[in-house]
Ligand binder design. Structure first.
Ligand SMILES: Cc1cc2nc3c(=O)[nH]c(=O)nc-3n(C[C@H](O)[C@H](O)[C@H](O)COP(=O)(O)O)c2cc1C
Length: 263
């Protein structure tokens, strides 16, 4: 019995030591995780508020740094607001997580994605990782609510897709498009076609001489004419054949596809 108890104690010690070790590694700490429980919840916003008001235990490193989600030098009420906005789905990442390809291009390839419900984005990220590319997420100036994409209800997306002139405005821009030779454009199929915001994107820049590689995700529809119908919007680009992927397609499949085209 005694031996059993000491074995359990040793085991508990090992487990707690390995937990401390993983917390002390900088990359093991989740951005926004002020209370150190491994995830970002409303409790982190509360924890920051209490820290700023000098109530209770102060937040200590490494969680203090992780709590500064604004990317500023020190913790402030802005970090509380940003966590609330992330949890409410108003933003999808913290400024501290932003990469800034628009101002500091570091690659000759740009991966662009529009992904309203999150299926296409990870696939685009796989492509960007594989190609060592910069990443630009198209966000609508007026974000699409759930009601806006409830298709077959005459929702905003339904109306835009059947309106040949619809060009939903984009928030933000790629500042130095000139620096990219190759642009991967990833989108979901909306009524058999690319969302009209992709049309807006293509009409916003000069793609002369650039190679464009389109791909899409869909519930079941094929790529169809969704990519070839984009050619007229960037007629001086070199368009590669596109491809349709299912949601949840693996990194290996995306890499194999790009590899098969010589990338
Ligand atoms: C307005 C709208 C129209 C859609 N039309 C189609 C369609 O015609 N065929 C299809 O297979 N999937 C259709 N879908 C499903 C999406 O293409 C699919 O869920 C896609 O993976 C979503 O990508 P995202 O999560 O990156 O936004 C539609 C979705 C929406 C919101």
């Amino acid at each position: 019995m005694k031996r059993m108890v000491s074995l359990l104690l040793i085991l508990a010690l090992i487990v707690s030591l390995s937990a401390v070790a993983s917390v002390s590694g900088a990359e093991a700490v989740v951005i926004g995780d002020a209370d150190g429980d491994g995830e970002v919840t409303i409790l982190d916003a509360t924890r920051i508020q209490r820290h700023l008001s000098d109530i209770g235990e102060p937040i200590r490193e490494p969680y203090l740094k992780a709590a500064v989600v604004s990317g500023d030098v020190e913790l402030s009420i802005v970090d509380v607001t940003l966590i609330q906005r992330l949890l409410a789905g108003i933003i999808d990442r913290f400024p501290a997580e932003e990469t800034t390809p628009a101002t500091q291009p570091s690659a000759d390839t740009l991966v662009v994605v529009f992904s309203r419900t999150g299926n296409t984005k990870p696939l685009a990220q796989y492509a960007a990782d594989y190609l060592n590319a910069d990443f630009f997420e198209i966000e609508a100036a007026v974000p699409y609510t759930d009601a806006d994409i409830a298709y077959y209800t005459d929702c905003r997306a339904d109306r835009e897709q059947r309106d040949p002139d619809a060009r939903p405005a984009i928030a933000g821009a790629v500042a130095q498009m000139d620096s990219y030779q190759t642009v991967v454009i990833a989108y979901p199929i909306w009524h058999g076609q690319a969302p009209k915001i992709i049309y807006t994107f293509l009409e916003s820049y000069d793609f002369t001489g650039k190679t464009i590689i389109p791909f899409c995700t869909s519930a079941s529809s094929p790529l169809g004419t969704s990519a070839s119908n984009l050619h007229a919007l960037a007629p001086n680009a070199v368009w590669k054949d596109g491809r349709r992927f299912a949601a949840g397609t693996s990194q290996a499949v995306i890499e194999a596809w790009l590899g098969s085209m010589g990338y």
